[in-house]
Each structure stands twice: as structure tokens, then as C-alpha cells.
Design a protein around this ligand. Structure first.
Ligand SMILES: Cc1cc2nc3c(=O)[nH]c(=O)nc-3n(C[C@H](O)[C@H](O)[C@H](O)COP(=O)(O)O)c2cc1C
Length: 192
């Protein structure tokens, strides 16, 4: 086996697969939106904070630039088709507006569980996050850090502390339209 230099513009593909989270926002006029976002990570556990990177041309970027928060839902692998359609400007579906997109995706969503945006009502769980920082590192994505103010776990999958009781099987994007999910789990002893 040898390593060889690759194409710089696709180096982010080495960071895959990543969970295709679903971010919920509202426009200043109140229009609800849900989009898949894989650029997500935890950046603090005390307090709990998560970071999103959102392409500057998206409506979600405009919403996050003025909103006070967002929701973050975690879809399961069997929600692949609906999540794909929610990413319409990437997956090349044409809808007249965000309301039509949410309807056509056929995902089960709730728009009154949280004021920051809609959530997936039958995913693995969801977070509500208050934006505490907006960053621009000069790239084509804007960075938003949210502090978690509320969490709900699907109790078929997790105990109330977030420990999974079955294999969670989240929807994960490898690249483009190629998806996977987590395989089986195994444990290893701690050193002491
Ligand atoms: C699996 C998947 C992952 C995505 N991840 C991101 C991401 O991390 N950041 C981003 O800006 N867009 C991402 N997108 C693209 C947006 O979801 C998509 O273009 C969306 O339609 C933007 O909609 P909006 O203009 O209504 O905000 C992803 C799309 C898919 C299908």
C-alpha cells in the first residue's frame, strides 16, 4: 500500500462518512426551513455547544445570520429519501418555496415543538440551540456555534442520558448521493 497526493478541492471527502443532520431555521418573515447538514460537530460539553458550517449562498445561511437559534435533528438511515429532498438545492429538486419542499419531502416534522425552527418528529432525537457565536474564516461557508438549550432523545433508541439501547443507525453521507449508516457496535475495556 502506498499513499499518494490527492486533489486538494476534494480533501474533505477524507472526513466521510458523516451524519446527515437536519438543521431547522426560520426566516425573518417566519418561513420554516429544514435542510441536511453534515458539517456539524460538538465544540464544548460544558456548556454543550455545537458548530455548523453553512454555505453562504443558502437561505439557511441568511436565516442563521439574523436568527437567535436553530434546531438540529438526527435522522435515521430509513429517512434517507426525505432528507435527500430537503437538500433540494444540492439534490437538484425544484420546489416553488420551502413550505412546498417540506410537504413534498414527506418527512414527519413538527413546527411547534421549538421556536427556533421545525424538527424531525420521528428521528433519533433533536437539539434546540441558541446562537452564541457567528464566525467567518474567509471560506465559502459561514460558521455558527449554538449552545444547546434543550434536547430530546428517541426513547426506542436511547436512555435519557443519551446512552444508546440499540444500534442507532443514523443516516450518514459518504459523498454526493452515496449514503451509509453505522455498523454494529463493540466495546473495549478502559485502562483503569
Ligand atoms: C447529505 C447532505 C449534506 C449536506 N451538508 C451540507 C453542509 O454541511 N453545509 C451546507 O451548507 N450545505 C449542505 N448540504 C446542502 C444543503 O442541504 C442544500 O443545498 C439545501 O437545499 C440548502 O437549502 P436552503 O437554501 O433552503 O437553505 C447538504 C446536502 C445534503 C443532501
Amino acid at each position: 500500500m502506498t499513499m499518494r497526493p490527492g486533489t486538494l478541492a476534494t480533501s474533505h471527502r477524507l472526513l466521510a462518512p458523516r451524519i446527515a443532520y437536519v438543521v431547522g431555521t426560520r426566516s425573518p418573515a417566519g418561513e420554516a426551513n429544514l435542510i441536511p447538514v453534515s458539517n456539524v460537530t460538538s465544540v464544548s460539553t460544558d456548556p454543550e455547544q455545537v458548530l455548523l458550517a453553512i454555505y453562504k449562498n443558502w437561505t439557511t445561511y441568511d436565516n442563521l445570520s439574523v436568527a437567535s437559534g436553530f434546531t438540529l435533528s438526527v435522522p435515521s438511515a430509513d429517512q434517507r429519501e426525505g432528507v435527500w429532498k430537503l437538500g433540494a438545492r444540492y439534490s437538484r429538486y425544484d420546489f416553488p418555496n420551502r413550505t412546498a419542499k417540506l410537504h413534498a419531502s414527506k418527512v414527519r416534522l413538527t413546527d411547534d415543538a421549538d421556536s427556533f425552527g421545525p424538527i424531525l418528529s420521528d428521528g433519533l432525537g433533536w437539539l434546540s440551540c441558541r446562537i452564541v457565536q457567528r464566525l467567518d474564516a474567509g471560506g465559502n461557508h459561514g460558521i455558527f456555534i449554538g449552545e444547546v438549550v434543550h434536547v430530546e432523545f428517541n426513547d426506542d433508541v436511547y436512555a435519557s442520558d443519551g446512552t444508546p439501547v440499540v444500534n442507532p443507525r443514523p443516516l450518514m453521507q459518504v459523498t454526493g448521493n452515496l449514503f451509509t449508516t453505522a455498523g454494529g457496535t463493540s466495546s473495549i475495556p478502559f485502562g483503569q
